[in-house]
Design a protein around this ligand. Structure first.
Ligand code: NAD
Length: 349
């Protein structure tokens, strides 16, 4: 397995492999770029089928964090960690403590947070061995809401602000009576629904769990939609808040919306599909820009800030999106490509 020649290597500054024989921990930490500051990124535990798959994932995710941090205006670089193993059957306190020691061995070059397969309690165990863990204690809140270390309230607020800006930009309208289809009513989607309902938007919602749909129907007068029908609606906005890679050629062909603005990571199945959206006249809010409320939250929890400081920073997502939209229109290129260009300008020396 080659590292320097790896197709996802992309000039990573540091890739560290670690095995702790006593606990059985096997993990990789990747630091993509630290020009703007020490690298921040989640730690994921996943039953990878091979070391190669784990390496590919950590390299791809840490690079993504560099771009996200740069666009969120954070004095932070991009990094990520992966623990090889099944989080349901192979996670032990000993492995979490060993992971804390591994993180500590990088002396703050990488700061960890929660990601798939790990909980706040796991991070608290790691924090017994290192100070370089963030997102375990929320000091500052959006709407006075604490969600046990999950930054979903901040992510949802950022998506709401970004969605509102995107609608204003392309429809010249506020959110009253604007029709929004939300895919996924989890930690982020349900809170987004509440923000939108408060502004008078008309909601169409789907989820694979009927009880989530029922809640949105009861609380926000939303209209229930089957998961398979969410792409075919005659609505103004599509807000993907479930899984990634949903914007493929087939689904883009079905969409009749003016705006796509949602929380899901890696929404475009391929970067080139950004151009398909331009061709269809759909304004796409690049996912890692509009869903940065969570990483902004984690950053603020690690500095001296305030509820207002956190809120003001999240609201800057609007300015960033407008910068992207104006440049994309002036240059005639897709918004996802422009976002990457601006991020590279910000983090390159
Ligand atoms: P979540 O797991 O709480 O919610 C996801 C919801 O989507 C669940 O209710 C699930 O039942 C539903 N779902 C799954 N498959 C579906 C399908 N095929 N059709 C309709 N609904 C489906 O996750 P979350 O924390 O709300 O995050 C949502 C998305 O936003 C994820 O892609 C996540 O990576 C991304 N994101 C979240 C945060 C955060 O702060 N939580 C930050 C950045 C990005």
């Amino acid at each position: 397995m080659s590292v320097f020649e790896h197709s996802e290597f992309d000039g990573h500054e540091h890739v560290a492999f670690h095995q702790d024989k006593a606990s059985g921990l096997k993990a990789i930490i990747a630091v993509h770029n630290s020009n703007l500051g020490n690298a921040l990124g989640g730690c994921r535990m996943w039953p990878y089928s091979s070391d190669e798959e784990a390496l590919r994932d950590v390299l791809r995710l840490s690079k993504g964090m560099t771009y996200k941090a740069a666009m969120a205006g954070l004095k932070q670089g991009g990094g990520k960690a992966v623990i090889l193993g099944n989080p349901r059957t192979e996670k032990t306190p000993e492995k979490m403590l060993a992971m804390g020691k591994f993180i500590n061995s990088l002396s703050g070059q990488y700061i960890s947070a929660e990601d798939s397969g790990l909980t706040v309690d796991d991070l608290k165990l790691m924090a017994k061995e290192t100070a370089y863990v963030s997102g375990i204690q929320a000091k500052y809140h959006i709407n006075s809401e604490s969600a046990d270390g999950n930054p979903a309230p901040s992510t949802a607020y950022g998506v709401f602000v970004g969605l509102r800006t995107s609608v204003e930009h392309t429809m010249n309208s506020d959110l009253k009576n604007v029709k929004v289809a939300i895919q996924g009513l989890g930690h982020v989607g349900m809170r987004l629904a509440k923000h939108l309902c408060n502004q008078g938007a008309k909601l169409y919602v789907t989820d694979i769990h009927p009880e989530n749909i029922e809640k949105a129907v009861n609380e926000f007068s939303a209209i229930a939609v089957n998961p398979n029908d969410i792409y075919d609606l005659d609505v103004d906005v599509f807000a993907p808040c479930a899984m990634g890679a949903i914007l493929d050629a087939e689904n883009i062909g079905r969409l009749r919306v003016k705006v796509i603005a949602g929380a899901a990571n890696n929404q475009l199945a391929k970067e080139v599909f950004g151009q398909l959206l331009v061709d269809k006249g759909i304004l796409y809010a690049p996912d890692y820009v509009i869903n940065a409320g969570g990483v902004i939250d984690i950053y603020h929890q690690s500095i001296a800030s305030s509820d207002k400081g956190l809120r003001d920073h999240i609201e800057k997502i609007s300015d960033t999106l407008l910068e992207i939209y104006r440049r994309a229109e002036a240059q005639g290129i897709a918004t996802n490509i422009v976002a990457n260009q601006i991020a590279e300008e910000r983090f390159s020396k």
